[in-house]
Write a protein that binds this ligand. Sequence first.
Ligand code: 3PG
Length: 401
Amino acid sequence: KSVDDLGDLRGKRVVIRCDFNVPLDGDKITDDGRIKAALPTLTQLHEAGARVTVLAHLGRPKGEVNPKFSLAPVAKRLGELMNLDVKLAEDVVGPSAQELSKSLADGDICLVENVRFEPGETSKDAAERLDLAKKYAEFGEYYVSNGFGVVHRKQASVYDLSKLLPNAAGSLVAKEVEVLEGLTAEPKRPFVVVLGGAKVADKLAVIDNLLKVADTLVIGGGMLFTFLKAQGYEVGKSLVDDASIETCKKYLEQAEATSKQILLPTDVRVAADVDFDAHTVGQVDVVPVDAIPADKMGLDIGPETEKAYAAAIEQATSVFWNGPMGVFEIKGLEQGTKTVAEALTKVDGLSVVGGGDSASAVRALGFDDDQFGHISTGGGASLELMEGKELPGIAVLKENN
Ligand code: 3PG
C-alpha cells in the first residue's frame, strides 16, 4: 500500500519511520542525502494535513541515552529543508514525546529522540520489542515505513510496529525496492558488483551470495587486504580479518569453478602515518601488491588497478556499487573511489550506488546524484536485497496489508 491508499489524512495522526542515520562531524551533518530522500513522503503527509510523528535512529547507542547520538541536528535540518518548525521531544516514548505528539496541529511534523536510546528497539526478545512498539503505536492511527536504510533490521520501529497499525510504504521505500529488485531479478548482463568499504567481516559475508548473481565482483576497500593475504601476499600493517582468510580462498576457488571473475588489485597506495580522526596522511606511495612494505598500511587501490576496474565497470550493462575503494575522506586517498565513481557515470545501462558511505563519497567528491541511475539510501539493506534475501521490514508490510 502507498500513502495514497490510506485515504483522507487530514487531522489524522501518522507515525512514520525514517532513516536519518546521517554522517556527523560534531553536531554538523556532513551529508543530508538521507533527510532529503525522505522529503517527498513527509511533504505529502504535511500537505495532506496529517499530524506526523517521526521515528528515527542515529548511530548505535546500544539502548542508552547518549547526547552524542541526539537527533537534534536532524530535527534542525529537517525543519530548514521543509521550512517548518520541526520540534524534537526530549525522550523517545516518555512524557515529552507523548505530549509533543498529542499537541500537533494538522500538517505539523515532530521527531521523538533516537529510538535506539530505548533498549527494546534493537532487542532480540520479541516481547520486549512488542512492548516498545505498542508505545510507538500511541503516536498514530497509521504507520508509514519510509526508512529504507533500516528495513533489513528486525527492530521495534521497523518491524513490530508495522503489525500494530494500518500501514503503508512511503515513496522512498517503494522506489528503492522497485529499482533494486528489478536489478537482481533480471539483471542486464554483464552484471558487475563493486564491493568496498570498511566493514570487512560484514562485506566478506555477502560475497557468497553475490557470486551467484553477479558476473564479475570487483574488490576494493578494507577487505581487499584479506584477499591479498589469501593469495599469499604480505600486506604490511594493512587491515586483515585473519578469521576470513580461508573464506577468501574458498571464494577465489568458487569463482574459478563457476567462470565468475573476482577482480583484485595489482597495485595499492600505502602510507606509514595516517590519522583517521584528524583526516591526515603522511607520504603516500604506490606499490605493486607483491611489494607492500612491512611498516606501511594499504589505504587505497593503485592507479594500474583503477584502470582495470574502470574498464570492467564501463563495459557492464548493470552495475551495483557498495563501499568506497579507499579512505576517500583523506586527501591523497580518494583517487580509487573517484575513478570508480567516474566509471559508473559512463555505464551504458543501469548504475546503482548503494549505501550511506558510497552515496556520501560520490557527493563529497563532487558528483551529482543525477549522474547515476540510482543512489540508494540503504547500505546493508541494499546489499541484502542484492543477495536475494527477504528483508523483515518489507516482508512485514506485505503480510499485514
Ligand atoms: C545504515 O546506516 O546502514 C542504516 O541506518 C542502518 O544502521 P545500522 O547498520 O546501525 O543498523
